[in-house]
Design a protein around this ligand. Structure first.
Ligand code: BGP
Length: 478
């Protein structure tokens, strides 16, 4: 379906960009910050590319003024960032650290000075290590109360300044990589524990949204979900069924609960039959239903193409974290689905499918299944960049990627989807959790290497100037 003409982007469309605390801030133990699970996890040999850590990251903690000035010059309308729980409550459930709050006071005020809308993520994967030690973090129901207390401190402090809040960032990713693949903290491979922790994370998510309502907050709140819509490899009915399975187990399991407070019945039945179902206590369903978000935050990078997988078929496969094309392995859930190569789609050096139409499909499916506005909270291309001698970076591949995705958004708007804004991933280059610093996403190049911090100097890439124009013309000039 192609439109002859496209609707214009809404007048107040939020042209933004994003980051996360651990990936940019550095200042690992400054001003009273406590240790987070990521501060600890990266020290395990072999977990991250070349053993990289966020100890210094791109030093945003000390250079936020420079970074915000670059945003202002570019005309950015929104900046999504996360707050580190371990800066606000260093041990997770004890004293509040005023110094930690001050950093975010300053960052938010700096953004507002230039009319840049802060989009605040409460949790981007960095739970305080103390809570992991004390009660195993997301595996204990105590986290619901502690996370809600932490959120409430931020809600009260920033109610007048922040209009957009993200509750949990990519619950599906931190749970699956943390408890199935041992590729994130807490470094576990146990399906039963995974579904148990996931249920508790759902309750925590609902609980902060419920508190948000009780406090009469003036802004909007929603989770950011990593959604990669599924295609079947071909029209073979069993491959179509595999695609249905993939949607149920990788998307509906989260988004249905966010919006309707209920597990998709196909997933629930499977969990029960395999003795994997989490414990549902009285009051859980009521709480989940009270946590309906105002918007669906969408983190879109790629689609998933799948085919049937026999009962003795492939499980979790190796992820490409080196940037050597073709080194990732097929992965799946036996009996349900496994990944397949889509013959129509190019891949990045990290083997991620490049598929702008998939973004339109994602938006259409969310719109038709959940009837919620969408805030695109992440989208971008991880690639190698070359810094030229004159300080320029010619990242035309990134411009192409972003341009095609912005077009897809405009098509989805024309189709009838309500979209609040678009945050690219990422603003500056930053630490890619498992892939080091060489996998770059930013509009702003940061001169550092995996093990050499250099001077962390900032340079504007060609994509910086391209996006400036897009913002200036409200998406008319792509
Ligand atoms: C999302 C995360 C981001 C970011 C991005 C890119 O899953 O929310 O924090 O890292 O993916 O992923 P990667 O860094 O693995 O390339």
């Amino acid at each position: 379906m192609f439109h002859k003409e496209h609707d214009a982007f809404p007048k107040d469309f939020l042209w933004g960009s994003a980051s996360a605390a651990y990936q940019v801030e550095g200042a690992m133990s400054e001003d009273g910050k406590g240790e987070s699970v990521w501060d600890r996890f990266v020290k395990i040999p072999g977990k991250t590319f070349k053993g990289t850590t966020g100890e210094v990251a791109v030093d945003h903690y000390h250079r936020y003024k420079e970074d915000v000035r670059l945003m202002a010059e570019q005309g950015l309308k929104a900046y999504r960032f996360s707050i580190a729980w371990s800066r606000i409550i260093p041990d997770g459930d004890g004293e509040v650290n005023e110094k930690g709050l001050e950093f975010y006071d300053n960052l938010i005020d700096e953004l507002l000075k230039y009319d840049i809308e802060p989009v605040v993520t409460l949790y981007h994967w960095d739970i305080p290590q103390a809570l992991q030690d004390k009660y195993q973090g997301w595996e204990s129901r105590q986290v619901i109360e502690d996370f809600t207390r932490y959120a409430e401190i931020l809600f009260k402090r920033y109610n007048d300044k922040v209009n957009y809040w993200v509750s949990l960032n990519e619950q599906n990713i931190f749970i699956m990589l943390g408890y199935r693949m041992a590729a994130h903290p807490p470094n576990v491979t146990d399906e039963k524990r995974m579904y148990a922790a996931n249920h508790i994370a759902h309750l925590a998510n609902a609980s902060v949204i419920k508190r948000f309502r009780e406090l009469g907050m003036k802004g909007k709140i929603g989770p950011s979900f990593a959604y990669g819509p599924t295609y079947a490899l071909d029209s073979h009915p069993l491959n179509q069924l595999a695609a249905e399975n993939n949607e149920e187990f990788n998307a509906h399991l989260w988004m249905d609960i966010y919006v309707r407070g209920e597990y998709p019945s196909v997933v629930w039945k499977y969990l029960e039959r395999h003795d994997l179902a989490p414990e549902i206590k009285p009051g859980d369903t009521e709480l989940l239903k009270a946590g309906k978000p105002d918007f669906m935050g969408l983190n879109y990078y790629q689609t998933a193409t799948v085919e049937a997988n026999p009962l003795d078929g492939v499980g979790a496969g190796k992820i490409n974290t080196t940037g050597k094309k073709g080194t990732s392995e097929a992965s799946g859930l036996p009996g349900l689905y496994k990944s397949a190569k889509n013959p129509f789609i190019e891949k990045t050096d990290w083997d991620w499918d490049i598929d702008p139409t998939g973004l339109r499909v994602a938006m259409r499916r969310i719109n038709s299944r959940y009837q919620l506005p969408i805030l695109i909270t992440e989208n971008g291309l991880g690639a190698y960049d070359d810094l030229e001698e004159d300080g320029s970076i010619h990242d035309d591949y990134r411009i192409d990627f972003l341009r095609n995705h912005v077009k897809a958004i405009q098509e989805a708007i024309t189709d009838g989807v309500e979209v609040l804004g678009y945050c690219t991933w990422s603003y500056t280059d930053l630490l890619s959790w498992m892939n080091g610093y060489q996998k770059r996403y930013g509009f702003v190049y940061v001169d550092r290497e995996e093990l050499d911090e250099k001077e962390l100097k900032r340079y504007k890439k060609d994509s910086y100037f391209w996006y400036k124009k897009v913002i200036e013309t409200n998406g008319q000039e792509l």
